[in-house]
Structure formats: structure tokens, C-alpha cells
Design a protein around this ligand. Sequence first.
Ligand code: ADP
Ligand code: ADP
Ligand code: MG
Length: 462
Amino acid sequence: MLKRVLIANRGEIAVRIIRECLDSSIEAVSVYSTADSQALHRIIATRSVCIGGPRAGESYLNAANIIEAAKATGCDAVHPGFGFLSESSDFARSCEEAGLKFIGPPSKVIDMMGDKAAAKRMMRQAGVPVVPGSDGIAQTADDAEKEAERIGYPVLLKAAAGGGGRGMRRACCKEEVKDAFEAARAEAESCFGNGDMYVEELIENPRHIEFQILGDSFGNVIHLGERDCSIQRRNQKLLEEAPAWGLSEKLRGAMGEAAVKAAKACGYENAGTVEFIVDKDDNFYFIEMNTRIQVEHPVTEAVTGMNIVREQLRIAAGMPLSRTQEEVQICGHAIECRITAEKVFENFAPCPGRIDFIHFPAGAGIRVDSALYNGCEISPYYDSMVAKIIAKGSSRLEAVRRMRRALEETVINGVQTTLPVQHLLMYQQDFLRGGYDTGFIEAHLPELLAIYEAAGGKDESI
Ligand code: ADP
Ligand code: ADP
Ligand code: MG
């Protein structure tokens, strides 16, 4: 059993995990930076420890300080949330060495999946379909060009250590490879400290469909169905839904099986996500595995009735999964909007500031995960995602109606957010029709922004 867990994160995900700990009669110790002394995750925890300055490197990425705080407060486990140290195998290993249970997969699994090129090779060997591409790293732009000629254009140059849509550039012909390679490598080096690149066939406007996985320490692995995360801006998700629109039972079954196979092939334990892209002909390809809780986990919780963070705590405590594959039933439809504090008319630049007034929606089928409260500060130091609004209905249309109503009720004064754009999206014909792909936002964002501007959106901007 776990008695006391340290949550090595901030924002809504820290709040989500703290609440789950308290619901499970586990004490929750939060860590905070000097910029976060008034943050909700500090306030609602059983105890809290200051771990350093505002910059993430001084605090939320400071593994030594976090482990010190966990030991000093007598914690028996550490939950890393997402982002920050959640996919650092060094951090997982340091926790293990300090006698702290890392709430996630073993460090060697994080290592295996953290190198996306190596993970693809492993999956291909395990019989999971992967995007055609280079077998491993392309050392130089010349190597990348050779691979691209073999694969055929267009190609995507991707960072082996990539995440959050960074370190990725497309090349449509031979002449574009060198610049794309250097640009992607430079971005990867500055974001991840690792410039290793690999080459993939660029699938034209695929759908992004991912499967939620749970594995326990007894070798049981199940999946909780899929999420469609094709509504992306610059390879970053804006909205997710479950189940995916129009997926045949045959394809869903085959993808679910492949996801479980992928997790078993790497000895997976705890919660994870197997990401696939699906082309126009319903071919699906593994792209990567995320070895952590994911931002969009609430849509899966809504349609399965399962509690993924509770499962994570149970698995870490050595308990078996609470359901078998047969006991997982998908019921209804759920949509999540990621609300970020951003200036939508200024290319979505971050918009930190003070929240003067906030009102969140409630009522049937609505869930809000956020760390905002009246008067709180949105710090410029961290990610701009400030709230997730989740709507569930018995059908997709009911979920959409509830999302419209929920977004109309919401008031966030003091900073600009993406909410008005997501609200307009709930009325967009092609979105309502379903069957969209990852090209949707690029094609439709200008029109949504134009409607917002014509309706006076720019004048409302603070
Ligand atoms: P991905 O986009 O890699 O598929 P997710 O959808 O789970 O994975 O999003 C993870 C992203 O959330 C990170 O890449 C990062 O940009 C962002 N993030 C990291 N930490 C936080 C945090 N504490 N609060 C909000 N967002 C965060
Ligand atoms: P990250 O680690 O940054 O999350 P992913 O490999 O998961 O990177 O890819 C993020 C997104 O980029 C995908 O959801 C998809 O929209 C797009 N993408 C990735 N690989 C390809 C590909 N080979 N062809 C087309 N789009 C792709
Ligand atoms: Mg991804």
C-alpha cells in the first residue's frame, strides 16, 4: 500500500493527482517553485515543499531537489504527471535507487520508448505496423537524403527524442532535405539536448488515433479503447474525443490488439499510450509510445467509467488491474477541449497574467480539470495550458451540445484563451460531420479566426 506520494508536477495534472491520492486515503506532498507559492497544487496538498526558483530547471526539472523533498517528507512513491521529468529514465532510476516507487514504467522501458527510432525498430520486430522509414538514426543530411530517396517524397524528418510536436520538419523534395534536417536537428538539440534524427514517409493528412494502455506488475495488459486526437495545430493537440468517429469494429479491434502487443513487447507496466496514425485507406502505423499519463486521459475515463490515475496508484502499490479486457466497455461519447492562455490573433503566443474573475461550467456530463481560481496568477514560466473542459453524452451530438453549453457558461477574465476558437469549432459543419484528419485545423483555423474577429473578438482582447 502507498501511504504518502510526492507529486513532481504543477498545474491541473498535479491537482488531478493530488485529488486522487486524497480520495484513496493517500497523503499527497506537493512540490512548488518560488513562482508557485500561491498555486492550487500547493494549497490543496497534505504538505508542500519549495524546491527552487521559477525556472523549470531550478525546480520542476531539478531531480535532486525533488528526491530530497520526497525523502525528507517520508514519501514512498513519486508521481511525475506529464511533461517535466515524466519521461526521464534518469529520474525514474534515481527514484528507484532512493527507494521511492516511480509511478510509471520501469526506467529501462522509458529508455527503450524514449528513443523513437529504436522504439519503432522494436515494434516492427514485434509485428506491430510502423510508418515506413529509416531503420534507426540518419547521422547526416546526406544520409537523410539517401533514406528519403529510398522512401519517396514527401518525408518527415523527426527527432528521436522528440515530443510536443517539436523537432519535426517535412521535406517534399531532394532540395528541401538539407535545410529541414538542420532546422529539425537544431530544434531537437535545444529542446531535448539530443539531435538524433530519423526519416519517415509523410502520410498525407492522416488521423491521429491512440490507445490507452494499462499494465500491472503481474504481466496483465489491457487497453481502454482509443482517442481521436487529429484536431492539432502544429502537431499539438487542441481537442480530443473518444471513441474515434467512424472507426469500423474490425479496425478498432486490430489496432487495440496491436497496442496491447506493443505494450507487452516492451514489458510495459502502469499507464501508457500507444500512438498510431491512420491513412485514407485505413492502414494504421505505430508512431510512438508515451510512457506516462496523458493530457487527454479524461475522455477515456468518461467513456469507460474507469479511473486511470487510481489505476496508476493501484499498479504502483503492487495490486492487479481492476478490470479484465472483457470487462472494459465503451459507453457514450466524450470530447475534451484543452484551454490554453494564448493570444489567438498573435499566432497563439502565450498570454500570462492575473485571473480577475473565473467561472467554470458544471451540470450533467461536464467535468473541468484546472488549477485556476479567482485572483490566481498564470505564470510566464510554464506551459500555457490552464484548463481542460470535458463533455460527455450518450451520443457524439449530445457531447457536442453539452460542450457548446459548457463553453458558453465559462468566464475567464484577465487573460486571452483559445476558448472562443474551440467554441466556434463546436458549430463548424465539417467538424460536426466527423471524419476529419490532422489537416483540419490548418485548413479551417483562418475561417474560425475570421468569424471570431468579425464577431468582435479582437475588441474583447485584453
Ligand atoms: P503529446 O502531445 O506528446 O502526445 P500530451 O498530449 O499528453 O502528449 O501533452 C503533453 C504536453 O503537455 C507536453 O509536451 C507539454 O507541452 C505540456 N505540459 C507539460 N507539463 C505540463 C504541465 N504541468 N501543465 C500543462 N501542460 C504541460
Ligand atoms: P511527438 O513526440 O512530438 O508527439 P509524434 O511522433 O507523436 O511526435 O507525432 C506528432 C504528430 O505529428 C502526429 O499526431 C501527426 O499529426 C504528425 N505526424 C507524425 N508522424 C507523421 C507521419 N509520418 N506522417 C504524417 N504526420 C505525422
Ligand atoms: Mg506524440
